[in-house]
Design a binder for this molecule. Sequence first.
Ligand code: GDP
Ligand code: MG
Length: 438
Amino acid sequence: LGKSLAGSLARMHGATVADDAVLAGCLNEIARALLQADVRFETVRDVRANLQRAVGGLAAGANTRRVLQQAVVGELCRMLGPGAGAAPASVVLFVGLQGPGKTTTCAKYADLHRRRGFRQALVCADTFRAGALDQLKQNAARAKVPFYGSYTATDQARVAVEGVEMFRREKCCDLIIVDTSGRHRQEAALFEEMRQVAEATRPDLVVFVMDASIGQAAFDQAQAFKRAAPVGAVIVTKMDGGAKGGGALSAVATTESPVIFICTGEHMPDLEAFHVEPFVRRLLGLGNLPDLIDKIHEAMPPDDTEDDMVKKLAGGGAFTLRVMYEMFQKLQSMGPLGQIMSMIPGLGAQLMMEKGKEREGQAKMKRYMTIMDSMTDEELDGTSPKLMNRSRIARVAWGSGRLVADVVAMLEEHKRIAKVWSKLPMSKRLMNTNSHGS
Ligand code: GDP
Ligand code: MG
């Protein structure tokens, strides 16, 4: 949370004129950060309104950033201060069409909160689809959370409210997650049902779940849902499913509903907090170094972090063959490979990360590592492209039991990655990320 807020405020600082658009953007980001940190929706709305009020009436030339910063601190203290923790369980209602992944996402959301120390419960209000109840039940078991549902009921709103009230009575949880069905083709009927469920359960937050594969059409869908229900946040699913994710996300962004998470697969951990900037970088093929560095840190034993690749990259040193070798080594020990690869500039797009070809990518890395095993220190650490002349290439090929063409291909690949790498102001970016803290 700290990191996101710091980021929002920093951007505010970066703007030369703190005009209304910048302020609105900043407030949106703060709201998003709070929602991602599971602050109750009403609270977020209040905080937002208070901040707006604090900054809105300022005279031109006043130090908007300073005022906003103080207001944010004040609001957060008020929010986290005494008495704030006594709030009753929040109810989060998941809505959407049929099939985008509401049920799956409910379980992921529950699992994430369990890991964050929340106590929660799942309510299945999908009385329509045969098997819906069992699906959520299994998911609930997997996420280790209590669960309510009925095999015989036909009234969504009724089941929803029974579940919510039961868990409220038992005072056993901080968060009650309600899954609904999106059975109606006709939007009018679906919205009416949604309205009934919302009225019965009085949710703190309505999360609209949508499928990224619809691309730009996401705009109309998100607008329609926003008009019909008090949608407070959006989760875009199936971001792993192809090229349309960017279209969907940008379309949703223009409806000004905060996208809080994206889903990148069918399994529990495939729920990511959504941040605009890293996403845009990835979309542009620029990679997401800060994230990658985080993953590398996670994958490494703590005392191993001293003079390794992270440092080398952070220091902005040359991208030598040895750096590539060490990078492959780390990548071999990290999974899921595909996701990590997609974060490495150049590598992801050009070397291994064709969707579904991770295995080939891994084989390629192993092959290249075998080749590099036959190289001398001088060759591995060399920075001159002329060093690897024909006789050296022939020697390495012979030594590694590979064809000369393989060695040449590896060297070409290295050159290509190094080129992408050199264009990134990496050291700077890494420093920035580290100094923010969280
Ligand atoms: P619902 O009708 O909205 O409740 O959708 P479900 O949760 O039943 O999901 C429909 C299908 O989409 C299931 O097969 C899920 O495994 C799959 N699914 C959900 N989220 C994702 C995702 O992020 N990526 C992929 N590839 N599949 C997903
Ligand atoms: Mg479902």
